[in-house]
Design a protein around this ligand. Structure first.
Ligand code: DAH
Length: 344
């Protein structure tokens, strides 16, 4: 009996030793220590033993059982520890690795330029106004002294929605809208930034959609020198104190007289180079004294009131200020282009 127990012990311990999975340990437990296992069988057969043998074999059987149980237990603990160790190793985070940088966005170059121009005019006491992008033929043309059939309508090829509705071709209709709300009496001093649309074929300097900033000042005794003073202050703050401006005669149906404003070329300082096409000057915006017909249609008495207006393209201003060579950069939105203008 003793030998049998000793042999069972050896067998079981060897199996425990060789076990590589928790399941095989469980199998060993069932096989050797289970109710139908050989040790239980030995204990059951004790009745057949002599009185002297009984306690000896009983004690031995219990010892063997405990030894096997202990071996299973410690092997299982070891396995669990190893598994945990492995898992920790696999899931460990290397805290010394550099972190992934967070991508921080910033305002679009055009947004920055428009805000810069707005701030500048707010500083001179102008209000910011807005108007609709879908505009009536009346405000876009008629109220600006461009009656139906006027040849200057062709200057601005338009996207018509119906006979009477179109995508505005300029921000000038906001002049008529703003004046129209004032009962022909109160002064107006506003700028209006916004999107405009034209049936143009896109290239480096033309776009079917771009931005304009309109300006309008109406009051008693407004003169051309006031216009020049405001534009000069704007140009110097926007482009630098060392830049000069000049006004050239031009034509717009809604202003009389009409001018175009140039600034001196920064690249050559006015001597003439490829940027200014040899003239020393770069065209910036259109302006003029509000046409008496426009004042009258908006309810102002042109004998009593006068005003000046101007219109500029922020894309063009950004292009000149930052040397951007293609207007399409503003709407293709290549992040590499835009990023260059994010302020740190
Ligand atoms: N609306 C004109 C355009 O889109 C720009 C312009 C010129 C606006 C002269 C004005 C102005 O207010 O006085 O070409």
């Amino acid at each position: 009996m003793k030998e049998r127990l000793e042999q069972l012990k050896q067998e079981a311990l060897q199996k425990v030793d060789q076990a590589t999975e928790v399941q095989s340990l469980k199998d060993v437990r069932v096989e050797y220590l289970g109710k139908k296992g050989p040790i239980t069988e030995v204990l059951r057969g004790m009745g057949k033993l002599s009185k002297e043998e009984r306690p000896v074999i009983g004690q031995l059987a219990n010892e063997v059982r405990e030894q096997i149980a202990d071996a299973i237990e410690s092997k299982q603990t070891k396995m669990e520890e190893e598994a945990l160790e492995k898992q920790l190793e696999e899931e460990s985070v290397d805290v010394t690795l550099p972190g992934r940088p967070v991508q921080v966005g910033g305002p679009h170059l055009l947004t920055s330029i428009v805000e810069e121009i707005e701030d500048l005019f707010i500083g001179m006491g102008f209000e910011i106004k807005e108007g609709p992008e879908v505009e009536t033929d009346y405000y876009n043309f008629e109220a600006l002294n461009l009656p139906k059939g006027h040849p200057a309508r062709d200057m601005q090829d338009s996207f018509y929605i119906t006979e009477e509705l179109l995508l505005r071709t300029h921000t000038s209709p906001v002049q008529a809208r703003t004046m129209g709300h004032k009962n022909g009496k109160e002064p107006v001093k506003m700028i209006c930034p916004g999107k405009v649309y034209r049936r143009d074929t896109d290239d480096a300097t033309h776009s079917h959609q771009f931005t304009q900033i309109e300006g309008l000042l109406v009051d008693k005794h407004v003169r051309m020198s006031d216009l020049k003073g405001v534009l000069n202050a704007f140009a110097k703050q926007m482009f630098g104190e060392d830049r000069d401006i000049r006004l050239r005669p031009s034509f717009f149906p809604f202003t009389e007289p009409s001018v175009e404003m140039d600034i001196s070329c920064k690249v050559c300082g006015g001597k003439g180079c490829s940027v200014c096409k040899g003239t020393g000057w770069i065209e910036i915006l259109g302006a003029g004294m509000v046409h008496p017909n426009v004042l009258e249609m908006a309810g102002y008495d042109p004998e009593e009131y006068s005003g000046f207006a101007f219109g500029m393209g922020p894309e063009r201003i950004a292009m000149l200020k930052y040397g951007v060579d293609d207007i399409r950069h503003f709407y293709t939105n290549d992040i590499r282009f835009l990023k260059q203008y994010h302020k740190a």
